[in-house]
Design a protein around this ligand. Structure first.
Ligand SMILES: O=C(O)CNC(=O)[C@H](CS)NC(=O)CCC(=O)C(=O)O
Length: 311
């Protein structure tokens, strides 16, 4: 209004176009929904809860939605976990591909219990992170490479993932999505910075760690690790999470988190109940952070890898 009265017509037009540009660039920043659920052994109930979250996320403007490890179910025993598993061609994935197509939304489905290639003989599964595009095609599958075989007697944590899971053999190349290039990890992978750096070197701008962290390890390490991975790789980190009590023997930490490339926490789903955070994924933040502090170019691989044997 001020400029309209005092400025020249030219200036007035210029300020209007700046306004329009700002508005356009704000609305052009894509929105991701990072979700938190409490899966149980009841696959039907889990699907219905996830479906509602996807619908809400879509309605609130998200173009890509992230669900956590074990979104399909969390079994109460090794036997139950195995018997509920499916292949990528099974009913569960078919429902999610249809939903992605119907809602026209991209999906990151962390930690799907996928029957392995020799299921009939060895009854082993993969822990698979599946990316589905908005046409309903499966465009990438990453199989968790680090398995959670951990005994913490003083914390009441005892899990042996390798008793039923085959470790994945390789990384998946980062996936082109409407929010940027997404690198795929799963849960415990978060503790291995070489995986996040490898994904970053292959072009990832957003790292994802769909998780089902234990309460004890989550309270001690979850946020620190996620923020460290974001700061080291100068990438967004999106980590969907399981929260609360899955069955009488298992509870998860929650705090589904979105972190920006500077390490700031953009959203946190808390430790109580299912929900979601919506975050704008502004890739200019990635570019700016990497330009202003080019740590990847300062890396001294020559000093720390190749010459150790010569010390
Ligand atoms: O078992 C399933 O059905 C789904 N998979 C999981 O929940 C996995 C393997 S047991 N959990 C973790 O990796 C927790 C990691 C963790 O808590 C840490 O790194 O501190």
């Amino acid at each position: 209004m001020f400029r309209c009265i005092l400025g020249s017509p030219g200036k007035h037009l210029a300020s209007v176009s700046v306004l329009l540009q700002n508005r356009m660039s704000t609305s052009a920043v894509p929105v991701a929904a990072v979700c938190q659920v409490t899966a149980t052994p009841d696959k039907e109930a889990n699907f219905s809860a996830c479906k509602h979250l996807l619908e809400e996320a879509r309605q609130r403007g998200a173009c890509m939605v992230f669900l956590p490890e074990g979104f399909d179910y969390i079994g109460a025993s090794r036997e139950e976990t195995l018997s509920l598993s499916e292949t990528l061609g099974g009913d569960m994935m078919s429902r999610y591909t249809q939903l992605a197509r119907k809602l026209e939304v991209w999906l990151s489905l962390g930690g799907f219990h996928e029957r392995g290639p020799d299921w009939e003989n060895d009854r082993r599964i993969y822990n698979s992170h599946v990316i589905i595009n908005n046409k309903g095609d499966i465009v990438s599958v990453y199989r968790k490479s680090h398995l959670f075989d951990v005994e913490l007697p003083e914390k009441g944590v005892s899990l042996k993932e390798s008793a039923f899971t085959i470790p994945g053999a390789s990384l998946a190349p980062p996936v082109h999505t409407p929010i940027g290039k997404v690198g795929l990890g799963i849960c415990y992978d978060l503790r291995f910075p070489e995986l996040s750096l490898a994904l970053q070197r292959h072009g990832a701008e957003i790292l994802t760690y769909p998780s089902a962290f234990t309460v004890a390890t989550g309270a001690a390490h979850w946020e620190v690790l996620l923020r460290a991975r974001a700061i080291e790789t100068q990438s967004f980190v999106l980590a969907a999470a399981q929260v609360g009590r899955h069955h009488e023997k298992r509870t998860s930490y929650g705090h589904a988190l979105a972190v920006d490339p500077w390490g700031d926490v953009l959203g946190d789903c808390g430790g109580e109940k299912p929900g979601m955070v919506l975050v704008e994924v502004d890739l200019e933040k990635v570019n700016r952070t990497r330009r202003n502090m080019p740590v990847q170019q300062h890396r001294r691989d020559d000093a720390f890898y190749t010459s150790l044997s010569q010390i």
